[in-house]
Design a protein around this ligand. Structure first.
Ligand code: SF4
Length: 354
């Protein structure tokens, strides 16, 4: 019997719709699923559990229509995204080029210690000057189903205990889908709430929405400079919030959730690595419930920014530590997602490998 695909039917409903978590739930309910059945199907998918339908479990008494449709649904959920290629950056990290059903591509990154970095948009409208993704502008939103499918895909490769929303895109510009994905990952996806990391350049809507959510993720704020005018140059289409406004709101959220805020700082040679910035960071972050993640920029041939020397980066991190700012200096190629994301996709597009 040829049953039209779950995904295909959802696509046909509206030309521009991509798989949303809610449409998956509605489909399951339409087949008679109770909440416990819905949980089981979603959990098996998100945790990449083997198809183990033969074993009797209390929730095996599925409604007949659902039981009949389950193999096709499983298959369709597992093909919302597909792995196009994997590029190991070192022993513990790998960049994944991921294909979507309409032919678009995004990147996910497997990080050390069971982390995965997911993309929330194809392209990005913020236009950070040092980022490849920002150059293409926003192409489309990544649906909630496509976001969680990146985690399910990563789990077919290795265990995942942490999900960071630091891949392509600005999660605040796709807030409904990202929050739906977070809600599911923090429940059926079995990811601890503090291990879900919402990364943003800062947007007032984030500070209104996240405190209301049942699953409250940790927050990463892209700071990059303490100088308002320089920040406007580096992040030209980020909401106009000053670094001190950002830190004030971040601190309030950290105290509410007991998750320290991670401030992201891409170190750019001669741009934001001077003594004045060190003083500015100390003034902003000393005694805050926060950690500063410094990532020396990975030079991209087409862009004008340069990577500072490792010695200089170490010196800055040491000085900040000495002045009571908890600073982590990172140099994993797999973790340079803030500035490096989009390169794989751009290369693939250039070579026609879509
Ligand atoms: Fe968008 Fe992030 Fe790139 Fe900035 S760094 S343009 S927010 S993807």
């Amino acid at each position: 019997m040829c049953v039209p695909g779950f995904y295909e039917r959802a696509r046909q409903r509206t030309r521009h719709s991509h798989m949303q978590i809610e449409s998956i739930r509605q489909r399951l309910r339409g087949l008679g699923a109770l909440p416990i059945h819905e949980q089981r199907v979603l959990r098996d998918w998100l945790q990449a559990l083997p198809h183990d339908r033969g074993r009797r479990r209390p929730d095996d008494f599925l409604p007949k229509p659902l039981r009949a449709a389950l193999p096709a649904i499983d298959e369709e959920l597992r093909s919302i995204v597909r792995l196009i290629s994997s590029h190991s950056t070192d022993d513990t990290s790998a960049r994944l080029l991921v294909g979507l059903a309409d032919g678009q591509t995004i990147e996910s990154v497997l990080l050390p210690r069971g982390g995965v970095c997911v993309s929330s948009q194809v392209g990005c409208a913020v236009g950070c000057q040092f980022c490849m993704t920002g150059r293409s502008g926003l192409i489309r939103q990544v649906s909630s189903g496509e976001i969680v499918a990146q985690v399910a895909l990563a789990r077919t490769i290795r265990p995942v205990r942490k999900v960071v929303f630091m891949g392509m895109g600005e999660p605040a510009h796709n807030l409904d889908n990202v929050m739906d994905a977070i809600a599911l990952l923090g429940t059926e996806g079995n990811i601890g709430h503090k291990n879900l990391v919402f990364s943003t350049v800062g947007d007032p809507r984030v500070f209104e929405r996240l405190p209301q959510a049942l699953v409250k993720p940790a927050l990463a704020l892209s700071l990059h400079t303490t100088k308002p005018a320089l920040r406007e140059l580096l992040l030209p289409r980020a909401p106009r919030m000053t670094p001190s406004e950002l830190v004030e709101l971040g601190e309030r959220y950290a105290r509410l959730t007991h998750h320290p805020v991670q401030y992201q700082w891409t170190l750019l040679d001669g741009v934001n690595d001077g003594d004045d910035e060190i003083d500015g960071i100390v003034a902003l972050l000393k005694d805050k419930y926060a950690v500063l993640n410094m990532i020396p920029y990975n030079t991209i041939p087409d862009l004008r920014f340069r990577r500072p020397s490792w010695d200089k980066a170490q010196h800055i991190a040491r000085v900040l530590h000495g002045r009571s700012v908890l600073t982590k200096l990172r140099d994993s190629a797999g973790q340079d997602v803030d500035g490096g994301c989009g390169q794989l996709r751009a290369r693939a597009a250039g070579s026609g490998a879509q």
